[in-house]
Design a protein around this ligand. Structure first.
Ligand SMILES: [Zn+2]
Length: 487
């Protein structure tokens, strides 16, 4: 081929590429008229168009940075491996605060500061032990974890086991049958539910209120089936509560596998349980939320986003909520390195104490109101480091329509689920003071979440690098869109 011919071929190829690219852009922008702009104060305003072409290009930059040069995996690895489990009030929680402050300062955000809060302080103490003895004198050493907030057993506690399937079954029981026994509540996840958080929600009462209801009937302790999807040997801890009018009794979770075995034993005869737990509640102490901001160019209105820095005291808190911490830190870093200047203040909050008190979220909301701040949106990531699929929306019909208007734009980034739902535990208290504010919870593929939730198995190795990075990109993308299109 001559040089002249080569040049002609090159020019034709370039023109073809431009035509194809333009038609792709055209496809992306055909829905311009469908979209709306949201003004939180103006109830009537509609629709300047979404700038589909420039938004797609900008979001593509976010994804490229996150997937090629991103820091997500490094951030999560440091949190999990340098610090690990970090229950509120522990030395590790304090380490996490200082680690987070240092990381945020290293990224050069406009502001990085700590917000003082009072938090509860519960300790597991020596590893708990429990075993069961059946009518044939066989023994079974149980996979067991005390529930967060439980009192200890003050030595070995022994009692006959009585099984209930649900909390309402226990509530209806004859107290004479329960008195001086150890209550075993064995409610399994409903496996037919595609949304595992719904299965979790249905079982939550056995963990949250099992001890109070068992105590009302005269029981001396309660054990529950772990709130988990699979049948395996991991006990899942989690917060439980007492009621001041009812005597406190120890509460623990056992694995799903052992729950099945105990249930089988109980069908054949009497089962005795022995349990020793050393846990205790200590005095409240000081702790901190860790906060970073990129200041708004246009005004001081605030978009809060984040996850929770504390975790349970087992595993490494990788999915819960190291992933949410990572998504949030990396999202702000991505926007900064790409050179985005926000219209409003983007405030990243790493909340402390989500797991057993939510004092981080509650105190943050209260202080925002006291300072007279104007808040326009809050976004949370607390559903693990799995594949992001969209955002759950808390808001009125107009706010719902506003977020749904991004659907077509975000489809090529594989974000497609934008439904009414729940924002998150940490941002929820803001609703008390800002009831009309839009809230978003990052929706993440939830099929494996309750394999790891609140267990020894929630470690860094169970998080996929790509999926984690996509979560960070999704958070940065939603921040960009909300910041750009909410006045
Ligand atoms: Zn969490």
């Amino acid at each position: 081929m001559t040089n002249r011919l080569k040049s002609v071929v090159l020019v034709i190829s370039l023109i073809t590429a431009i035509v194809i690219f333009s038609s792709v852009q055209l496809k992306l922008s055909y829905n311009n008229k469908l979209t709306c702009k949201l003004n939180i104060d103006d109830k009537t305003q509609d629709t300047p168009n979404i700038d589909t072409k420039n938004d797609s290009l900008f979001i593509a930059k976010i994804y490229s940075e996150a997937l090629v040069k991103g820091k997500s995996y490094i951030i999560l690895k440091e949190l999990c491996k340098k610090i690990g489990a970090r229950i509120t009030g522990s030395a590790e929680a304090e380490m996490a605060i200082y680690w987070a402050e240092k990381v945020l300062k290293s990224y050069g955000f406009d502001k990085v500061y700590l917000q003082k809060i009072k938090v509860p302080h519960w300790e597991r103490g020596t590893k708990e032990v429990a075993w069961a003895i059946n009518s044939k004198s066989e023994i079974l050493k149980l996979d067991v974890l005390a529930l967060g907030g439980s009192i200890g057993t003050n030595g070995i506690l022994e009692g006959e086991l009585i099984e209930f399937n649900t909390l309402s079954d226990l509530k209806q029981a004859n107290p004479k049958k329960v008195k001086n026994k150890i209550v075993f509540i064995n409610q399994p996840f409903d496996q037919s539910l595609l949304q595992t958080f719904k299965a979790y929600g249905a079982c939550y009462p056995i963990r949250g209120y099992g001890a109070v209801e068992a105590s009302k009937k005269g029981a001396i302790a309660v054990i529950i089936r772990s709130l988990a999807t699979p049948i395996d040997h991991y006990p899942h801890t989690g917060v439980m509560s007492y009621n001041d009018e009812v005597e406190k009794i120890p509460a623990a979770a056992i694995s799903t596998s052992h729950s099945n075995q105990l249930s089988n034993w109980l069908k054949k005869g009497k089962v005795t349980l022995k349990i020793e737990m050393d846990c205790k509640m200590l005095n409240n102490i000081d702790s901190y939320n860790v906060i970073a901001e990129m200041t708004g160019n246009k005004d001081n209105n605030i978009i809060t986003f984040g996850g929770h820095l504390d975790s349970w005291d087992v595993g490494e808190g990788a999915h819960d909520d190291g992933a949410g911490i990572t998504h949030s830190i990396e999202a702000l870093r991505l926007l900064k390195v790409i050179g985005y200047r926000p219209n409003h203040t983007l405030r990243l909050v790493l909340f402390m104490n989500e797991e057993n008190g939510n004092m981080g979220g509650k105190t943050y909301a209260k202080l925002c109101k006291e300072k007279g701040e104007k808040h326009i949106c809050a976004i949370e990531s607390d559903r693990g480091g799995f594949l992001p699929i969209g955002f759950d929306i808390v808001g009125n019909d107009k706010q719902l329509a506003f977020i749904k208007s991004f659907k077509e734009l975000l489809y090529i980034f594989q974000l497609y689920k934008f439904d009414k739902g729940y924002g998150g535990v940490d941002i929820n208290p803001l609703r008390e003071y800002y009831p009309n504010m839009l809230q978003l919870g990052m929706a993440i593929s939830s099929q494996r979440y309750f394999n790891y939730h609140h267990t020894e198995a929630d470690v860094f190795e169970t998080v996929n690098k790509r999926e984690l990075e996509l979560g960070s990109a999704a958070m940065a993308t939603m921040l960009y869109l909300v910041d750009k299109y909410i006045d």
